[in-house]
Ligand binder design. Structure first.
Ligand code: NAD
Length: 498
């Protein structure tokens, strides 16, 4: 059986003492095994990165950017292979995998602008013969720890930016779908990156804890669930590292009485069930304002959901695929059971989904639950499956209070034709990424991505301008070259200009 190993100092290392099964979630079969890096293996990667840093740091930004240009081309040339690996191990349908890759490539394109965004700021004559400027210097060796649900896009949020800024990188991908991530790291190597600048260690808690405690790691970017994000942030910062840790979500869509209901239903379908709801920006709660709105929404959703097609990644006519593991399927089904037990109505039930030819796959069908209350466990916690819950409220303010009081604040959206209501919503809602008639307001690569509240620990968001700041350290240089013959006496007061 094929082993998915590590990439250290430019070499594949497929050894290990501990391994974990990798499944094809559509068939339920084990297809590969992934090596789980030991402390020693992770330390080997850190040493390789540390050794590569001095030369990479001093490589001109334009040359670093040229590697990214070549990397972008290689990602495009290998897109079919990358998406196949995503499909085989994550389960998402080929068109969805292609979308993930494309959004990732846009981060590489942004990274190609490094000579521009690393320019710094300059002021001449801040004092007599004195000029000053700021530089954005790389941090050193930095690490990224990524989740299963975007095995290509989320790593591409991190390492192209970190590396083009002059850092060396250690990536710890999800152990559940590691192959596509390893492939893109190898393509970066092929694009001409010096050995040791990019390293991948597959693994679990042992690998992560080694990265968090090793003093040679300067910064950690994390994307995953909130309990782990909080753990990572606390440990990394306690060990003196810069950290950004993006966590889970519960994204609400407000459906106003004046919304174009057919459009809202179409948008909700894709945003709730696309990728089996395994997106941190998936819309998982529809908040209908008014009884009439709720009734119309539920009826139209019920009808539209009859056409939803769940199945294997390789059939592009499918809308979404299985969830990632059998345990995760049980968890999603458990949340539907709990909503029912708490008195909610299961309008469309995906618990017994079956796909012909894939009887052992981890499929959950699209599920619609009405009559949900804020006290229910299924409302309070992240389900991360193809489940849309409907809550009815009497006013937009009540809907906004619901969103503001939820522990997560990643994404949200309002469906309305009322510009004034939309403007009030975007201005006041306590959520990091907000859509108006846009169900998945995932920022493009030249903006930055991040939630509020317990959806993000740290200050700087991921990628875009915040990514540049996260992976660099500002240095201010103040320099005087006195004109010939000009000498100043000692001054003991704070330097000022009069
Ligand atoms: P996860 O938290 O289980 O795993 C994320 C990473 O942390 C993996 O690399 C994993 O190996 C590692 N990890 C897991 N348990 C650990 C432990 N005890 N100690 C140290 N490391 C550990 O998340 P997941 O299930 O892979 O991904 C789904 C979650 O990620 C969802 O909650 C989703 O909302 C979230 N997510 C958030 C964003 C965002 O941008 N906010 C984006 C994508 C996914």
């Amino acid at each position: 059986m094929e082993t998915v190993g590590h990439l250290i100092n430019g070499e594949r290392l497929d050894v290990g003492q501990r391994f974990q099964d990798v499944f094809n979630p559509a068939t339920g079969q084990v297809t590969k095994r992934v090596a789980l890096a030991s402390k020693v293996t992770v330390e080997q990667a850190i040493s390789a990165a540390q050794a590569a840093f001095p030369a990479w740091r001093n490589t001109p930004p334009i040359k670093r950017a040229r590697v990214m240009f070549r990397f972008k081309e290689l990602l495009e040339q290998n897109s079919a292979k990358i998406c196949q690996l995503i499909g085989e191990e994550h389960g998402k349908i080929s068109h969805d995998a292609m979308g993930e890759l494309q959004r990732g490539i846009e981060n590489v394109e942004y990274a190609c602008g490094a000579p521009e965004f690393l320019k710094g700021e300059h002021s001449k004559n801040v004092g007599p013969d004195i000029d000053c400027w700021s530089e954005f210097q790389p941090l050193g060796v930095v690490a990224g720890i990524t989740p299963f649900n975007f095995p290509v896009m989320v790593p591409l949020w991190m390492f192209p930016m970190a590396i083009v800024c002059g850092n060396c990188f250690i990536l710890k991908p999800s152990e559940r779908d590691p192959s596509s991530t390893l492939l893109i790291a190898q393509l970066l190597q092929e694009a001409g990156l010096p050995n040791g600048v990019m390293n991948v260690v597959n693994g679990d808690k042992e690998a992560v804890d080694t990265l968090l405690s090793d003093s040679r790691i300067e910064a950690v970017s994390f994307v995953g669930s909130t309990p782990i994000a909080e753990y990572i942030y606390k440990l990394a910062t306690a060990n003196g590292k810069r950290c950004q840790a993006l966590g889970g979500a519960k994204n609400h869509a407000i459906v106003m009485p004046d919304a174009d209901m057919d459009n809202a239903v179409n948008q909700l379908l894709g945003a709730a069930f696309g990728s089996s709801g395994e997106r941190c920006m998936a819309l998982s709660v529809a908040v209908a304002v008014g009884a009439g709105t709720a009734q119309a929404l539920v009826e139209k959703m019920r009808t539209a959901m009859a056409a939803l097609k769940v199945g294997a990644y390789s059939d592009a006519s499918n809308d979404f695929g299985p969830v990632i593991t059998r345990q995760h399927k049980d968890k999603v089904v458990g949340y539907i059971d709990s909503a029912e037990a708490d008195g909610a109505r299961i309008i469309v039930d995906g618990r017994n989904a079956e796909v012909a030819g894939y009887e052992s796959g981890f499929f959950v069908g699209g599920t619609l639950i009405d009559g949900v209350k804020p006290t229910m466990q299924s409302y309070q916690e992240e389900i991360f499956g193809p489940v849309l819950q409907v809550i009815q409220v009497d006013s937009m303010q009540e809907a906004m209070n619901l969103i503001d009081n939820h522990e997560y604040g990643n994404g949200t959206c309002i469906f309305t034709r009322d510009g004034e209501a939309a403007r009030y919503f975007t201005d006041n809602i306590k959520v990091g990424m907000v859509g108006v008639n846009v169900p998945l307001p995932v920022p493009v690569a030249y903006h930055s991505f991040g939630g509020w509240k317990r959806s993000l620990f740290g200050d700087l968001h991921a990628y875009g301008p915040d990514g540049v700041r996260f992976y660099t350290r500002r240095k201010m240089i103040t320099q005087r070259w006195p004109s010939a013959g000009v000498r100043e006496g000692a001054s003991f007061s704070m330097p000022t200009l009069k």
